[in-house]
Design a protein around this ligand. Structure first.
Ligand SMILES: [Zn+2]
Length: 193
């Protein structure tokens, strides 16, 4: 990712076009992208890691050229509201996280984030106003060095045909069966043709 980052102005509009309802997590994710990119040299390419599957990957994909599909965005299911932009050659980068101490100054955001109020009792206008007034003030940054092993692509993996289902799969497993047919992953039952 480099200069092609979209200017923050108008990112709410872009998000509104993507989601019909106000999306607090996405907007905060947008501020995270903004805080990080303001602090990175502009002439380099960066990869991104999101620590949660919720909201943050969508914010990165809407506001930068990095996507899960092109491999410049990875998701680690840690469940923390945080993301890291890093140089994939050196591993050097910046991590942004939602700072729970700073969040205390913004009760509507704090209540929403910690689910202290039932959803139907939430005042979403008040919440969005609080998010806009907070901007990057609820986010903290850290300099980090990412373990670049995580970004090394699996090169030249062979593709095999599973002996049982006859679908193609990466031939990195032992044996001649895909992960479903060898029982390692199960997520569906057949329910008819
Ligand atoms: Zn199979």
């Amino acid at each position: 990712m480099n200069k092609r980052v979209l200017p923050l102005a108008g990112f709410e509009k872009k998000i509104a076009a993507f989601r019909e309802k106000p999306a607090p997590g996405l907007i905060i994710g947008g501020y995270m992208v903004d805080e990080i990119t303001k602090n990175l040299p502009k002439d380099r390419f960066y990869d991104v890691i999101c620590e949660s599957i919720k909201c943050l990957p969508d914010a990165v994909q809407l506001l930068t050229p990095c996507s899960v599909g092109n491999g410049w965005l990875r998701i680690l299911k840690i469940g923390r509201f945080a993301m890291t932009f890093f140089d994939k050659e050196t591993g050097e980068g910046i991590r942004a996280y939602l700072d729970t101490e700073k969040l205390k100054k913004y009760p509507p955001i704090n209540e929403w984030f910690f689910k202290l109020t039932p959803k139907r009792e939430q005042d979403s206008e008040k919440l969005m106003a609080s998010i806009r007034s907070a901007g990057g003030a609820i986010i903290s940054l850290q300099k980090v060095k990412v373990d670049t092993d995580i970004t090394k692509k699996k090169k030249d993996h062979k593709v095999a045909v599973c002996a049982k289902c006859h679908e193609a799969y990466p031939a990195t497993e032992d044996g001649n069966l895909c992960k479903v047919c060898n029982g390692k992953i199960s997520y569906y039952d057949f329910s008819g043709e």
